[in-house]
Design a protein around this ligand. Structure first.
Ligand code: HEC
Length: 196
C-alpha cells in the first residue's frame, strides 16, 4: 500500500473515532443513559417488590406472548405484530389485526424491544407503564379482539397453563389477564439481547 493511502486511511479513522466520541458526549449531555449491563442494576429499574420478577413468571409470559389462542380467532398472537425475529415489529405500514383488518388509525406496530424501560407507551404516549397496557392488545378490536372472559376460560381449560400459573404465582392464584404481565417477557428479551 502506498504511504499516501495509509496516511489518508489513518486520517479517516481518526475522524470517525473523534466523530463517534462527540456523538456519545452529545447523547449524554441530553440526559440519555445506556441500559445497565448488569442484571442487578437492570432489575432496580423495573422490578416491582410487590410482584417480583421471577424466572417462572418470565417463562409463562413468554408462552402467552407466542400463543394465538389468546385472540378471539385463535390466529393472532402478540408475535404476529411484534415479531421478535423482525426486531419486535412487523415491518408493514399499518398493523393487520382481527379479521385481517388494517389498523383504523393507520398505526404501525412499534417495537416491543426494551419497552419495559419506556416512561410512556404507544405512539401518543397515553399509557405510562407496560403493565398498565398489557391487557389492552388482547381485548382491542383492531388487534386480538378477545373479551377477558374468553381468554380466562381458554387459559383455565389448558391444564399446563393452570399448573404454570400456580408455579409462578402460588396455588391460590386466580388466573386473569392482569396476571399475564408481558412486561416480564420484554425483560427477558433484554437479557437475550444483552446476553448475560
Ligand atoms: C394486530 C397487531 C397487534 C397485535 C396482535 C398486538 N399489538 Fe401491540 N401494538 C400494535 C400497534 C399498532 C401499537 C401502537 C398502538 C398505538 O400507539 O395506539 C402497539 C403498541 C404496543 C406497545 C407499546 C410500545 C411502544 O413503544 O409504545 C406494546 C408494549 C405492545 N403493543 C405490546 C403488545 C402485546 C404484549 C401484545 C399481545 C398481548 C400485542 N401488543 C399485540 C399492534 C399490535
Amino acid at each position: 500500500m502506498q504511504i499516501s493511502k495509509v496516511l489518508s486511511l489513518c486520517a479517516l479513522s481518526a475522524t470517525v473515532v473523534l466523530g463517534a466520541n462527540n456523538l456519545v458526549q452529545k447523547v449524554k449531555d441530553n440526559g440519555i443513559e445506556a441500559i445497565p449491563t448488569s442484571q442487578l442494576e437492570l432489575l432496580k429499574l423495573i422490578d416491582d417488590p410487590k410482584d417480583p420478577i421471577t424466572d417462572a413468571k418470565v417463562e409463562l409470559g413468554k408462552k402467552l406472548y407466542f400463543d394465538p389462542r389468546m385472540s378471539k380467532s385463535s390466529l393472532i398472537s402478540c408475535n404476529t405484530c411484534h415479531n421478535l425475529a423482525l426486531g419486535g415489529a412487523d415491518g408493514i405500514a399499518a398493523a393487520i389485526g382481527h379479521g385481517w383488518t388494517a389498523n383504523p388509525a393507520h398505526l404501525n406496530s412499534p417495537t416491543v424491544y426494551n419497552s419495559a424501560f419506556f416512561k410512556a407507551q404507544f405512539w401518543d404516549g397515553r399509557s405510562p407503564h407496560l403493565a398498565d397496557q398489557a391487557q389492552g392488545p388482547v381485548q382491542a378490536g383492531p388487534e386480538m379482539a378477545a373479551p377477558p372472559k374468553l381468554v380466562e376460560q381458554r387459559i383455565n381449560s389448558i391444564p399446563e397453563y393452570v399448573n404454570e400459573f400456580k408455579f409462578a404465582y402460588g396455588d391460590n392464584v386466580k388466573i386473569s389477564l392482569k396476571k399475564s404481565r408481558q412486561r416480564l417477557l420484554f425483560l427477558k428479551n433484554t437479557h437475550y439481547s444483552f446476553s448475560f
